[in-house]
Design a protein around this ligand. Structure first.
Ligand SMILES: *Cc1c(COP(=O)(O)O)cnc(C)c1O
Length: 385
């Protein structure tokens, strides 16, 4: 372990476990739940998060690429691992060797996948991706028939699922469009499945977190929650009444220096903030190099001594400043919460995202990727190395 850092991201593994249980309770027992753990589990740590979801019963995981799937296998994760970005021909051998299930939307690489599966005596499950309105990868239903025939004809491959993705599920105004997207998907997918010998093993899936909570009619055979497992609704304000989900990530630091300044002092680069009265300033050792967006300068707050205090001046690469005039007895070394709970106060990823005109997903990815992560587990589960 390297030297301690001032800053750390804390991940509560029990919150992840409980969130998976809470989300699973929203679907019928016949519907499977894929824990989406792409992007290093939205910044929470791929293997650690997948381990927590496994303890809650997860048997299916969604990652972007084969490399992440290999990581999960090396961490001992079993069950199905779906490669959501598709089959990378350069990763065919890893895909087969580690029993990963690629999404497919064209024929490129399928013959080679089949050859390598046969060579290893394996059957690789693939999930056909349709585009029914997302305008991203996937095949229009009218063009998917030929790809299905190709999959059927290739030995060593089986159709594990047919899937699509909702572009508007978090928009409270767009339920009509969502119903139309589901109709296009389910009409095509059900018809194909019925013509298949192994129909019972082909799962239809389309629902992300927003659709899972808002549209029970769109659960299909498998749902694919991501953001809700990490404790956040997909949009702010939430387009549904969230169940008992708990944010699992917090970002904390310690005060570097406290000083008393007179009125009229310029603070930080550009002097965009000038003290209007005698001010007690706390210098904090965290900045945009730690993922805290420089663009929230002038809007952001942090928690010190159980209270909200404003940041003042431009956020620097490794530092920023808080006005702690309202708090007596603050000293260097005191805990600062940039995201998370302190006393009765809470600042979540959704609030920081709103200051930055982005979404909580991006804030979680940034903080998780750019800070040392520590794992806490009040229930005493073992901490991963
Ligand atoms: C990321 C992703 C999800 C999860 O979406 P959330 O909004 O985080 O629940 C589901 N399906 C696919 C294909 C994805 O890429």
């Amino acid at each position: 372990m390297s030297a301690a850092s001032y800053n750390s991201v804390m991940v509560d593994l029990d919150a992840l476990r409980d969130n998976f249980r809470a989300v699973s309770q929203r679907v019928s027992p016949a519907t499977r739940v894929m824990a989406v753990v792409k992007a290093d589990a939205y910044g929470h740590g791929l293997a650690a998060a997948a381990g927590a979801f496994t303890r809650a019963g997860a048997q299916c995981f969604g990652v972007a690429e084969a490399e992440e799937g290999v990581c999960l296998r090396e961490a001992g994760i079993q069950g199905e691992i779906v490669l959501l970005l598709g089959l990378d021909p350069a990763a065919t051998s890893a895909t087969v060797a580690h029993d990963l299930s690629p999404v497919v939307f064209d024929r490129a690489g399928l013959a080679e996948l089949s050859r390598q599966a046969l060579g290893r005596g394996k059957v690789v499950a693939v999930h056909l991706k349709l585009d029914v309105g997302m305008g991203r990868f996937g095949l229009p239903p009218a063009e998917a028939g030929r790809l299905l025939e190709a999959i059927r004809a290739l030995p060593g491959l089986r159709l594990g699922g047919i899937m699509a993705h909702f572009p508007l599920a978090d928009d409270p105004e767009a339920e009509r469009e969502c119903r139309e997207h589901w109709r296009r998907f389910s009409a095509a997918a059900s018809a194909w499945r019925d013509g298949w010998a192994e129909a019972g093993r082909i799962r239809l899936h389309m629902a992300n977190s927003a659709a899972l909570f808002r549209f029970p009619w769109a659960h299909g055979d498998l749902v694919r929650p991501g953001i809700s497992l990490y404790g956040y609704p997909p949009a702010d304000p939430a387009p549904f009444l969230p169940p008992a989900l708990r944010p699992a990530m917090s970002l904390r630091s310690r005060i570097l220096q406290v000083k008393e300044l007179p009125a009229g002092c310029g603070i930080s680069y550009g002097h965009r903030f000038v003290t209007s009265r005698p001010t007690r300033l706390a210098v904090l050792p965290l900045g945009y190099a730690d993922g805290y967006p420089r663009g929230v300068s002038g809007r952001a707050q942090v928690l010190i001594g159980g209270r909200r205090v404003p940041l003042c001046g431009t956020i620097c690469m490794n530092a920023c400043m808080a006005d702690v005039s309202a708090i007596s007895g603050v000293a260097a070394g005191a805990e600062v919460i940039f995201m998370g709970r302190q006393g009765d106060e809470f600042i979540g990823a959704a609030e920081i995202a709103a200051w930055h005109e982005t979404i909580s997903y991006e804030i979680l990815c940034r903080f998780g990727a750019m800070n040392k992560r520590l794992y806490s587990s009040p229930d005493g589960e073992p901490e991963p190395a």
